[in-house]
Design a protein around this ligand. Structure first.
Ligand code: SAM
Length: 235
């Protein structure tokens, strides 16, 4: 369970209505039962539930896991609408992305995203898959702005259905500087415009990644690309 509070032995943590309902009514837990909590900074702790009628607070007992850190893999994507955006965010977190960077391209369907909704999906996915760090959610920026401000040593993995890279794993290995992070870029449903593709190919440290011979939906491509990058280069 994510709690936005400091965690130290003997400390007390208040529960909001949703957390109390989840522990009491969904998990059927009550006073004296234990739950594992994390705050995204201080590792994972066991805590005892307090509250006579319903869970209303926790008493922190002891740490069960040290804080772990996510690999420096940013998921850079043209945002989709609502439920599909929720899906993309949750899968990116499950795949270990440490940062979510929406970029607005020529054919992007939406130009505004609900950051709070994205952050809630990050927390839900982290609780579900047991990671202790929360992926950072950035505000959407135009593609050119994203490219201008990224460090040139970072590997840009640009997923392109027009790419004919025979061996994507070899391409990833050959392109990666072991000390720099990775940006995995997925285009919008309508694909990248021709001038965007040229701009991407001019980037200092870029590799085009083909994800097989079929055209994937953007949210499918995101999962496939992150899985391949993590399997090939993840630490
Ligand atoms: N350009 C096509 C179009 O206009 O229908 C397809 C765009 S595809 C739905 C959305 C994004 O997913 C692409 O911009 C690309 O980043 C990624 N993608 C889809 N299929 C891919 C593949 N086979 N290899 C690499 N990337 C792919």
């Amino acid at each position: 369970l994510f709690v936005d509070a400091p965690l130290q032995e003997g400390g007390a943590v208040g529960l909001d209505r949703d957390q109390s309902n989840y522990l009491g009514n969904v998990l059927r837990l009550g006073a004296g039962d234990h739950v594992l909590v994390f705050n995204g900074r201080d590792g994972e702790w066991q805590a005892a539930i307090q509250g006579r009628k319903r869970p209303d607070s926790l008493t922190v007992r002891h740490r069960t896991r040290l804080q772990n850190h996510l690999p420096d893999v940013a998921y850079v994507f043209a945002p989709l609408k609502h439920a599909r955006l929720d899906y993309m965010v949750q899968k990116a977190v499950e795949m270990g992305a440490s940062r979510l960077e929406p970029v607005i391209t020529r054919h992007t369907q939406v130009s505004r995203v609900n950051g709070e909704r994205m952050r809630a999906n990050v927390i839900e996915a982290a609780e579900q898959c047991g990671i202790l760090s929360l992926a950072e959610v950035r505000d959407p920026v135009p593609l050119a702005h994203f490219l201008d401000q990224r460090p040139p040593s970072r590997l840009l993995v640009f997923c392109d259905e027009a790419a004919d890279v025979a061996d994507p794993v070899r391409a990833l290995h050959d392109a990666k500087d072991p000390h720099a992070g990775i940006d995995v870029l997925i285009g919008p449903e309508g694909g990248f415009a021709a001038d965007e593709r040229e701009l991407l190919l001019r980037q200092p440290c870029v590799t085009r990644l083909a994800l097989g011979p079929r055209i994937l939906r953007a949210d499918t491509a995101g999962v496939a690309a992150l899985a391949l990058v993590q399997a090939t280069l993840g630490d």
